[in-house]
Design a protein around this ligand. Structure first.
Ligand code: HEM
Length: 479
């Protein structure tokens, strides 16, 4: 155990030379569940050695708030990993780049670019809504038969991100769109396998199938995005930015005064565009798929959302962002979906950039910190019957929205999800439009979706099938 200044030492799993605590980390459970199990034995804050790296696991929300918010800056570092270095040209992105002045500048630029499209104009809403129309029409073309909704939902979200990033509008089945979906999926699958090479970087000298596949997908990704970047540079004008690439290019030139090391380079722009796909597609589409899975288990919740939509919006027009205030129950359903099945059950690893503390224990610089959001979202001290899907828990006694402080699906503090407002906009517009226009049911005789989930890069539901029928006035899917 590590020495500390207050209240004893932080319990730590046993360790062996070189292997660290690996023999004690069962491979049979996904990390979020394994950490919950270990916390029963070691307490809610415990340590282990990932190979040579001292790593802390935070399972309760007070400690999480210290790490993310109160001492957010101390813990805003990211450990370097072989796979993410490959993915991001050595940390030229936002998510896996270590904390630095340049990273802060880059993050602010990305944040401002999203705000420009989100709050500054209705472009984001238009983009999302046109993808929604396509999705509803596609789903309704399968009326009567049982089908897996995942491919159509992933395609619609990918389409929206393509429009946002480089203004491409694709018809279903477009070869370039298929290419984006294919390489994104390849990256997601291989990164999820991650594995030993991230713990023992010297292993990259050995042949490794996953790493080779990852490199192939990155090559295809970069070829496509580089082409888009060059096209954008050639046609960049003084007017409003057309999309995220334009906004980043404009931000890049506006700030090109510092030395080479302090500038947002073309690599940064490229890696940001890539990350909008990497971080923005799987997370959003999987959240929608979880919510849909729970609605199949709870038809009464689907009916209540539809009743709210009928009363507040009707069937004469599409839902838009200005309806959000009038649809509190729908918001609760989205929140409850993200609480009960957080797609990122353990946050991206944080790292202490300086000597700091958690819960009065001193924490040395360089410590890796894993925040187990699953444990926090299922903590019975804070949530009544945490394993039950109960959207009403996000309403107070007066029927107003109430967001408890231990609900953190996007993280918090300096490393909070930079796409949170975009994700919230997409979740709201997609779910409200789908349920306004379509009723979802279990196919006759089918058992309800398995809610256990499978951990890839995100926590996904196992594939399941639905049948759909149009709601009154929405037979074509769009107006
Ligand atoms: C980081 C959740 C959608 C971009 C994160 C983190 C979480 C998260 C939990 C890690 C926070 C931490 O390390 O402490 C989600 C969820 C989403 C979603 C639940 C959808 C339902 C998006 C979208 C984008 C995006 C649409 C962009 C297009 C990012 C980036 C980071 C991040 C760039 C890294 C931030 C940093 O390290 O500073 N997200 N996210 N995310 N997310 Fe999201």
């Amino acid at each position: 155990p590590l020495p500390n200044t207050a209240g004893g030492s932080i319990p730590c799993l046993p360790r062996l030379p070189l292997l660290g605590s690996l023999p004690w980390l069962s491979q049979h459970l996904p990390p979020h569940l394994l950490f919950c199990k270990l916390s029963h034995r070691y307490g809610s804050l415990f340590g282990f050695y990932l190979g040579p790296y001292y790593t802390l696991v935070v399972n309760n929300h007070h400690h999480a708030r210290e790490v993310l918010l109160q001492r957010g800056r101390d813990f805003a570092g990211r450990p370097r990993m072989v796979t993410t270095d490959l993915l991001t040209r050595g940390g030229k992105d936002i998510a896996f780049s270590d904390y630095s002045a340049l990273w802060k500048l880059h993050r602010r630029l990305v944040h401002n670019s999203f705000t420009l499209f989100g709050e500054g104009s209705s472009r984001l809403q238009d983009i999302a809504l046109s993808s929604v129309d396509g999705l509803c029409a596609e789903l309704l073309s399968s009326t009567g038969s049982a089908f897996d909704p995942a491919p159509a939902i992933t395609r619609a979200i990918t389409n929206a991100v393509c429009k946002l990033v480089f203004s491409a509008t694709y018809e279903p089945g477009d070869a370039e769109l298929q290419e984006v979906i294919h390489y994104n999926d390849g990256i997601v699958q291989t990164i999820a396998r991650g594995g030993l090479v991230d713990i023992y970087p010297w292993m990259k000298v050995f042949p490794n199938k996953s790493l080779t596949k990852l490199k192939d997908c990155i090559y295809i990704r970069d070829r496509l995005l580089t082409r888009k970047l060059e096209e954008h540079k050639a046609s960049l004008s003084d007017g409003d930015p057309r999309d995220l690439l334009d906004a980043l290019l404009k931000g890049q030139t506006a700030r090109s005064t510092g030395s080479q090391d302090e500038q947002i380079s073309d690599d940064h722009v490229l890696m940001t565009a890539a990350e909008a796909f990497g971080a923005g597609v799987e997370t959003t589409s999987t959240t929608l798929l979880w919510i849909l899975a729970y609605l199949l288990h709870h038809p009464e919740v689907q009916r209540r959302v539809q009743q709210e939509l009928d009363e507040q919006v009707g069937s004469e027009r599409a839902v838009n962002m200005s309806d959000r205030g009038r649809l509190p129950y729908l918001d609760c359903v989205i929140n409850e979906g993200m609480r009960i099945r957080p797609v990122s059950p353990v946050l991206i690893p944080h790292m202490a950039m300086t000597n700091s503390s958690i819960g009065g224990h001193s924490i040395p610089r360089g410590t890796r910190v894993l925040v187990n959001m699953w444990a926090i979202h299922h903590d019975p001290h804070h949530w009544d019957k945490p394993d039950l899907f109960t959207p009403e828990r996000f309403l107070d006694a007066n029927g107003q929205r109430d967001t408890p402080s231990c609900f953190l699906p996007f993280g918090a503090g300096p490393r909070v999800c930079v796409g949170e407002s975009l994700a919230r906009l997409e979740l709201f517009l997609f779910l409200s439009s789908l349920l306004q226009r379509i009723s979802f049911k279990l196919p006759d005789g089918a058992s309800p979706p398995n809610l256990q989930g499978r951990l890839g890069v995100v926590l996904q539901p196992l594939p399941y099938k639905v049948t759909v029928s149009p709601r009154l006035g929405w037979e074509g899917g769009a107006k």
